[in-house]
Ligand binder design. Sequence first.
Ligand SMILES: *Cc1c(COP(=O)(O)O)cnc(C)c1O
Length: 465
Amino acid sequence: MRYISTRGQAPVLPFDDAVLAGLATDGGLYVPETWPTLSAADLRAMRGLSYAEIAKRVIRPFVGETVAPADLDRIIDETYGTFSHRAVVPMKELDQNLWLLELFHGPTLAFKDVALQFLGRLFDHLLAQRGERVTIVGATSGDTGSAAMEACRDRSAIDIFILFPEGRTSEVQRRQMTTIDAANVHALSLQGTFDDCQDMVKAMFNDADFRKRMNLSAVNSINWARVVAQIVYYVSSAVALGAPDRSVSFSVPTGNFGNVFAAYGAKRMGVPIDKLFVGTNRNDILARFFESGAMTMAAVEPSLSPSMDIQVSSNFERLLFDLYGRDGAAVADTLTRFRQEGTFSVSENALNSVRETFDGTRVSDEETLAVIKKLHEGTGEILDPHSAIAVETAERLRHLAGTSPVVALACAHPAKFPDAVERAVGLRPALPGRLADLLDRAERQTSLPNDLKTVQDHIEETLKR
Ligand SMILES: *Cc1c(COP(=O)(O)O)cnc(C)c1O
């Protein structure tokens, strides 16, 4: 299995190199040269298997010879052993033909654990094989930081530094980062905004000398291994609902388009997926795209679903590559224009072809609160705001899916967003057992001024110890 860049100018790489590289050297994203396929017999043979066993069958063809089978199996067993629910990603029936796929039973209570717990272990294994170490740096407004830190904790080939804006995350979010008791994990609270944190990370990567000396790396949402790990739950839930003999549709709350691209990947592999519904909050660039064929940037506005407060969805480039007949030059051209002009459109033909599978809608904060309340009254389930957008999107668009069941993705535990949930249903959801004592745990963090040299010196000094 070889990987090519969506912009057509970077070297073709095997899985391990594509994962360690993250972004391709031409600025593009890696995609498989050809998609591996799951036959009807392959899908049937998955019935009744555990999530980890299904993961092994789905992930193995993407990895090829780059990781020994026994090592890959161990990584996958360890990854899903960190989940608190025996089913890993359990599914609940919400209504006739409407299902909720709970992806939030990992260590940080968000779906990002499903992919990052795998990526952290995989990274560590690949680096150890090569005798290398990396320093991962990243910025977070709250949620992704803790998922990345939990994924990298105690990994011997990795140190991780996550910058977050001091005083601007919730107490739960901060504590999920500052209470991780692992020597290689470092929470840096920056005296600045989230944008300052992001700019600081960019500046560190742009300092070629520092980048090289620290062997800087990232585990962001464009990493191919994250997509691969996310394909698994589309396969497992489709099989549970009757694939290959019955088709399934999914409703996905989206920000960076990573999660829903994985659904598209499962479809490309041969899973009978009918429709993919994309739910956005008021930051609705994707909903507007699926309506009009025009991708037009707008300013990001805060919402009740902050993990989707994104306007430029980086993983969309992977879909665009297929839409353009895998013409890397055309993708590069379009994205250059997009950066310069803030907009691009696809042809009517391309829009029609994408709409055979995709559709989208936007859900306002008021509608989000209303659906949390309605679901609580009708089913007893309490949803977080991101999951509520998925359910509302499914309700609005499920008529397009005919008789196929629709699976809405629950991407975060409601206790991660207690303020919004309290506004909707009048009670604050309790943190689940594994985090019940979070507010009593000792915190460890370093507060730093918004100054590049100071932050770089701090990282370098820390690594010398
Ligand atoms: C990251 C995240 C999303 C958006 O996922 P993408 O892969 O960026 O589309 C949605 N909900 C929650 C809770 C998240 O953490």
